[in-house]
Design a protein around this ligand. Structure first.
Ligand SMILES: [Zn+2]
Length: 347
């Protein structure tokens, strides 16, 4: 199979070539010392040991999984990077350390990444990758009586530093979510969530314009740190001009501060994950507004990329380099958002 893949890849684009390379690396690992078993080599390659975090980024949000069969991909043929390709992408972008998210709820997935797979991957790169575990609130009993606490405690003990990416496509304040959030709060793990504009056709928890359900959960679980993410969340950095803005990346000046700003002022347990086009757009669409926003919330914002493809454009990387070089925000705020906040949160 590997020979055939190699031959075909010559005529394909770079993406497919890297894809094949990922598969080959994966096969080599599985067929090597662990031939015949499902376990993977856990010895860390020497070049990937802990790097100086102070000179690099701490990425709060990215995705990877061990290589799947070549056909197991999204309908447009894209797929997550393999761990080896991910580390290469991180090295190229100056990302010293990163949170690897698990994705369990089925909405819009082409494959599931369990906490166990995430932990195996992170254990291969100590000092570089930090694991987040995950649950779907319909697990166990599919009722508000489900007790996730023993499982959350077990994952915490095993080294997981948070929960996410939390994406069930049900209302954010659905009783099943409320039950799960109370137990995540009890376990003392932060939670990265994705918001969706509606049920169906999207992944993520549903909230309405103005984020009333988010306010309800922030108020209900004051000790649970919520890391906000996605278009629906970040489009409300400014007041919405129309509900359609929630589905994309609203451009132009932030004329009036939106609900995200208001909620962050009111609830200290709301933190901001700046990853993906949505987080980047929120701080970059109106540069002066973005600098003020980052100064004000410098203790609760986190650099992030949301790497989930090979290759992938990471516009936040040159943006952050420019922030530092041209001193567009204070050195203190820069250091906190680029790596310190994540290092403190995920100790
Ligand atoms: Zn993501």
């Amino acid at each position: 199979m590997s020979k055939q893949n190699k031959g075909e890849s010559a005529s394909r684009g770079r993406r497919d070539f890297i894809r094949s390379a990922g598969i080959l690396i994966g096969s080599a690992v599985v067929n090597g010392s662990n031939a015949g078993s499902l376990s993977y080599d856990t010895e860390a390659p020497p070049q990937t040991q802990n790097r100086d975090i102070q000179n690099g980024f701490f990425d709060i949000h990215l995705h990877t999984c061990f290589p799947r069969l070549p056909e197991i991909a999204r309908p447009n043929r894209t797929h997550y990077p393999s761990p080896e390709v991910l580390i290469e992408m991180m090295n190229n972008a100056g990302i010293a350390k990163a949170v690897v998210l698990s994705t369990l709820s089925p909405e819009c997935r082409y494959t599931i990444v369990t906490p166990e797979e995430t932990l195996q991957i992170c254990n291969k790169y100590p000092g570089r990758l930090v694991p987040f575990c995950n649950f779907d609130p319909r697990y166990l009993t599919n009722s508000t009586k489900a007790n996730f606490l023993p499982l959350l405690k077990a994952y915490k003990k095993a080294g997981f530093k948070g929960v996410g990416e939390y994406i069930p496509n049900i209302f954010l304040d659905d009783p099943l979510n409320m039950n799960f959030f109370s137990q995540a709060e009890e376990a003392g793990l932060p939670l990265t969530f994705h918001l969706a504009p509606q049920k169906g056709g999207y992944y993520g928890c549903v909230d309405d314009p103005g984020l009333p359900r988010l306010e309800k959960v922030l108020k209900s679980f004051p000790r649970l740190i919520f890391l906000g993410h996605s278009q629906v969340f970040w489009s409300e950095i400014g007041t919405l001009k129309n509900p359609e803005e929630r589905k994309g990346y609203p451009k132009g000046a932030v004329e009036r501060e939106g609900r995200v700003v208001e909620l962050m002022r009111k609830y200290s347990n709301l933190h901001g994950d700046l990853s993906a086009g949505s987080g980047f757009n929120a701080i970059a669409r109106d540069p002066e507004f973005g600098y003020r926003f980052m100064e004000e919330f410098q203790d609760r914002l986190y650099f992030g990329t949301d790497i989930a493809n090979v290759p992938q454009n990471l516009p936040i990387v040159p943006y952050f380099r420019k922030l530092k070089e041209e001193r567009l925000i204070s050195a203190e705020a820069y250091e906190k958002i680029a790596w310190k906040n994540a290092a403190n949160l995920l100790k």
